[in-house]
Write a protein that binds this ligand. Sequence first.
Ligand SMILES: NC(=O)c1ccc[n+]([C@@H]2O[C@H](COP(=O)([O-])OP(=O)(O)OC[C@H]3O[C@@H](n4cnc5c(N)ncnc54)[C@H](O)[C@@H]3O)[C@@H](O)[C@H]2O)c1
Length: 372
Amino acid sequence: MAVNETVKYGIIGVGMMGREHLINLHHLRTQGVVVVCIADPHLPSQQLALELAKSFDWPLKVFSGHQELLDSGLCDVVVVSSPNMTHYQILMDILNHPKPHHVLVEKPLCTTVADCRKVVNAARKRPDMLVQVGLEYRYMPPVAKLIEIVKGGTLGQVKMVAIREHRFPFLVKVNNWNRFNSNTGGTLVEKCCHFFDLMRLFAGANPVCMMASGAMDVNHKDEIYDGKVPDIIDNAYVIVEFDNGARGMLDLCMFAEGSKNEQEISVVGHTGKGEAFVPESIVRFGSRMEGRDGVQTLKTENRLIKYEGLHHGSSYLEHLNFLSAIRVKGAKTPAADLNDGLISVAMGVAAQLSIEKGRFVNIEEVLDEHNC
Ligand SMILES: NC(=O)c1ccc[n+]([C@@H]2O[C@H](COP(=O)([O-])OP(=O)(O)OC[C@H]3O[C@@H](n4cnc5c(N)ncnc54)[C@H](O)[C@@H]3O)[C@@H](O)[C@H]2O)c1
């Protein structure tokens, strides 16, 4: 696609995240981006998206399902931001459609490893399409800075990666889809795929085995939907062993509104330590040699960000990255690709299984074709 050619987008699922994509894409309008159509079966979501688009002067064609959107041939790129349990079928329909569409699919890629694998296999047959997975935490300025420090070798060989997410409970979603593991893949898949993805990046390695402990101890206990109480865990500790000897640890708490930061990341190598804090947007790093007095503190920002939105500008940078991959197709691959999507889901599935079984789970156990 030529650099000055207009890139036409369609958005499948225009709830909270789909509308966030719509606003982000509007901030990319000067780069030849336009959203031309949406698909969502829920009238209130359609209405809210239409109102937004009207304020941007973007007339939208509205469809109630993704198949009609694909058949319309109106767009070059689709953003899939529907609930997790719908990603698999929507992705397969996109990948099997005669018209090529580049795809940005929200995390998690799918809710099971088996479905992720089928999508990966189907995508292999479509070299005319790019697929990027919405693992956008990589782009948050303090996280991106810490990745740069780690990759620059300042900390030496990474040995330990600890990620703490202490935040508010899951928000209310359209038809409450996020209250059940069968729809989300489980909390450690649904949201923690972001952190497993970061651990792989920091460790520069792949997981070997995982051990987790977690439960639904505080949130959602008094909620009932169609006679069923939610089954999603709200806190967990997860330990990961990587194939280069590095270790990871996730500390998740979703009843921790009384926190200054939502995410605190610590990466320790054999010569130094780095930390990132979100939303304070601070990075600290120091060396064993210089000790506490040598620790540097940086306030991070990224001047490319034109819209902060709900995720500290990371959705904007994600779109910028994907747009440049689309424009130079073949010369550049998406930053977070299908394999990243698959492994981040597999790690979440392994952690959920570890809680269920009360034992270490080897990643091969969930990646094995015969088990999934
Ligand atoms: N990157 C992030 O940090 C981040 C943050 C929030 C949500 N998400 C992801 O975005 C996706 C959507 O989450 P949300 O918070 O917007 O949920 P939401 O409930 O607010 O919106 C989902 C929308 O999808 C629509 N929908 C349902 N089935 C559909 C189908 N088959 N085709 C088209 N639309 C359909 C619903 O009607 C609703 O309007 C999820 O996969 C979620 O995990 C990612």
